[in-house]
Design a binder for this molecule. Structure first.
Ligand code: F6R
Length: 242
């Protein structure tokens, strides 16, 4: 695991964009794993800038979202499919039909999860996976005590995570209780993982990710077992590292 402490989120976004640009210049039909939330926004901003100003192209790329809320109507502004459309897909030249997200509206969620796993596999797997980290150490929405071998499935959000995400909704009660998320086993199959975390509120989770025991109590700690992880953090989120 490579840990890089940077001046702030713009620099972290630029370094992540460098890795993503290198992927698509070498492999134009590469597969990008897409996180939502606040952490990856500087990456999407920088990729959009490079597309507009430097011709970085995604026409043959595919993207797979990490997760999706269950229970939001299709087109809800906070559904992660919509967030990715606004923050990434619409700002670059990727084909929207090649950007996939788990189906949080499926009547048979189990079948939809299996189909999502199959689609990732059919695409050849994820080349570069963007990740954020929750204050409780979740990646995707694999909350503490998630199986380290888990696959895409429905999960219940902790109250902590619902509170953390309330800022995106008009009222805290509107944050769904359930999500469909790639499992830890799914995420671990990505060939390169870029985790971005900024701000003092992430310092405890970053410490457990980097220096703690590998434990389902901090799901992100499973990344210690991955051969190619880059952790991009600022000094505030690095504040509890030994
Ligand atoms: C979102 C996701 C979550 C977030 C995490 C941090 O797709 O998978 O794991 O990365 O909740 O969210 P932010 O970046 O908003 O602090």
């Amino acid at each position: 695991m490579e840990v890089v402490i940077l001046s702030g989120k713009e620099e972290a976004g630029a370094l992540a964009a460098d890795a993503i640009e290198a992927l698509f210049r070498a492999k134009p039909d590469g597969v990008l794993g897409l996180a939502t939330g606040s952490s990856p926004l500087p990456i999407y901003d920088e990729l959009a800038r490079r597309h507009q100003e430097q011709g970085l192209s995604f026409t043959r790329a595919q993207g797979f979202a990490l997760d999706e809320y269950v229970g939001l109507v299709s087109g809800h502004p906070q559904s992660y499919r919509e967030v990715l459309r606004r923050e990434f897909t619409e700002r670059v030249d990727i084909d929207p039909d090649r950007v996939h997200a788990p189906d949080g509206t499926a009547t048979d969620i189990g079948q939809a999860c299996a189909a999502y796993e199959a689609a990732i596999k059919a695409a050849g797997g994820v080349d570069v996976q963007i990740l954020g980290i929750g204050t409780d150490g979740h990646i995707g929405f694999n909350e503490p005590v998630s199986s380290l071998a888990s696959r895409t499935r429905i999960k219940t959000l902790t109250e902590q995570t619902r509170q953390d995400n309330a800022r995106f909704f008009d009222a805290a009660e509107e944050v769904p209780h359930h999500v469909v998320t790639q499992g830890l086993g799914t995420i671990m199959e990505a060939r390169h993982i870029l985790l971005i975390a900024t701000g003092a509120q992430k310092a405890g989770a970053v410490q457990a990710l980097v220096e703690g025991p590998v434990s389902a109590l901090c799901p992100a700690s499973v990344l210690q077992l991955h051969p190619h992880v880059t952790v991009l953090i600022d000094s505030a989120s690095a504040g509890q590292l030994k």
